[in-house]
Design a protein around this ligand. Structure first.
Ligand SMILES: Cc1cc2nc3c(=O)[nH]c(=O)nc-3n(C[C@H](O)[C@H](O)[C@H](O)COP(=O)(O)OP(=O)(O)OC[C@H]3O[C@@H](n4cnc5c(N)ncnc54)[C@H](O)[C@@H]3O)c2cc1C
Length: 386
């Protein structure tokens, strides 16, 4: 089948890899001039790493395995520990922190030469009796048996399908960076999250001496980027005694920090129409507060690869796309709903002993990952990619 993917992000490249390994003729069209180098890192949970393994990616070579996440208060007091190693053991796949650029390169490395075309901004998608036609800003167009919009939160393909975008800023933003830090933080497998109502700071080791660290705080739509983000963060978090936060504030440099306003859009029950569908943020744009966006994009790539494999899909691509959307809708919608917890940025924790708190947090998070995963459910049912 001839499949056109719009967008060479995590989801688009993962899908292209899955489909081209199964004999489809896939072309990925990316608006940017090259693969994205920034965007710091991504936490990949057992559902994301399971999808990557099924798509043939060498997961242990990516970033660093995470074993634990300590939750602290601004004065540095530990409240609980999420045992990520136990979650990985329970669900059968690692939790890893991965520089985004490394993940994109690993996904692209598995693709045939010329499969990804850069400088190709999609401007329209038109459904015709002989298949959908995708047009680009350079004046060219391509016809396909199926088109997948993996073009992120401001998806043009989504707009072409469903009209004006409903994606809005939530009033929060993350300021994040991926840098070396002169601290034990970079070497171990343990990260931290330090929270107060309305503010948080977190850091996770990402391999090769790098640490991904970020601050989440309310950030109204249209509020300008300050001249010195570091000065702004020191003003807002400088009174925190937490040792990890102090180390970060001491070593932070303006040039390393990028702001990402959080956005959210609705999750439609049916993501596509005819031989056109959506994948990843284009289908379910939601804030990063539970670290599931890329994991859900990888889940989509796995599920769409499965739906487009086999003679049934060849005979009726549109029906295969609807099977994929049905397989993913409920779990992706749940991941989207759970990301609304950003407004509190606190794991609610009734008074209890430390060990009970650790067990509760670990158990709740394992349950959450299982609930939002199509790939793990399929694995339990014995369903695999062909
Ligand atoms: C601050 C922050 C932290 C995050 N942390 C995590 C995390 O720890 N774990 C996690 O799982 N997720 C995380 N996410 C979410 C994650 O980054 C996204 O969910 C994920 O990248 C979605 O992948 P995608 O392929 O759908 O979209 P993207 O990765 O956004 O890729 C879309 C691609 O489409 C291209 N494109 C856009 N428009 C066009 C066009 N018209 N024509 C052609 N190409 C186009 C873009 O250039 C881009 O390359 C985080 C997000 C943010 C903002």
């Amino acid at each position: 089948m001839r499949i056109v993917v719009v967008g060479a992000g995590v989801g688009g490249l993962a899908l292209a890899r899955g489909l081209s390994a199964r004999g489809h003729e896939v072309s990925v069209h990316e608006r940017a001039a090259e693969l994205r180098r920034g965007g710091a890192g991504l936490s990949l949970y057992p559902n994301g790493t399971a999808a990557l393994e099924a798509l043939g990616v060498d997961v242990p070579s990516l970033g660093r395995r995470l074993d634990a996440m300590v939750v602290r208060t601004p004065d540095g007091r530990e409240r609980s520990t999420m045992d990520l190693a136990a979650i990985a053991a329970r669900l059968g796949h690692d939790v890893r922190q991965v520089p985004r650029r490394d993940l994109l390169e690993a996904l692209a490395a598995g693709l045939p030469e010329e499969a990804v075309r850069f400088g190709r901004a999609c401007t329209s998608v038109t459904e015709t009796p002989s298949g959908p036609v995708v047009a680009f800003a350079d004046g060219e167009s391509v016809r396909a048996d199926a088109v997948v919009g993996a073009d992120g939160v401001r998806s043009v393909v989504r707009r072409e399908l469903w009209g004006a975008s409903d994606v809005r800023e939530t009033g929060w933003a993350s300021w994040l960076a991926l840098t070396p830090l002169p601290d034990a933080l970079a070497d171990g497998g343990t990260g931290f999250i330090t929270q107060a109502p309305g503010r948080m700071c977190s850091a996770l080791p990402a391999g090769d001496g790098l640490v991904q660290w970020w601050f989440d705080l309310p950030w109204g739509p249209g509020v300008p980027v300050p001249d010195s983000p570091v000065a702004e963060l020191r003003a807002r978090f400088g009174d925190w005694a937490d040792p990890g936060v102090r180390t970060i504030l001491e070593h932070a440099r303006d040039e390393d920090l990028s702001p990402f306003p959080h956005v959210r859009g609705g999750v439609r029950r049916g993501w596509g129409r005819g031989a056109v569908t959506l994948l990843g943020d284009a289908a379910h744009p939601f804030p990063p507060s539970t670290g599931q966006g890329a994991n859900q994009a990888l889940e989509d790539a796995w599920a769409l690869t499965l739906a487009l494999s086999g003679p049934r899909a060849q005979a009726d691509p549109a029906a295969a796309l609807r099977r994929y959307e049905r397989a993913r809708y409920r779990r992706a919608a749940l991941a989207s709903a759970a990301s609304g917890l950003e407004a509190v940025q606190q794991f609610p924790m009734p008074p209890m002993s430390r060990s009970a708190a650790d067990r509760l947090l670990t158990g709740q998070f394992a349950l959450y990952i299982r609930s939002v995963s199509t790939v793990l459910a399929a694995g339990r049912a014995g369903v695999r990619l062909p």
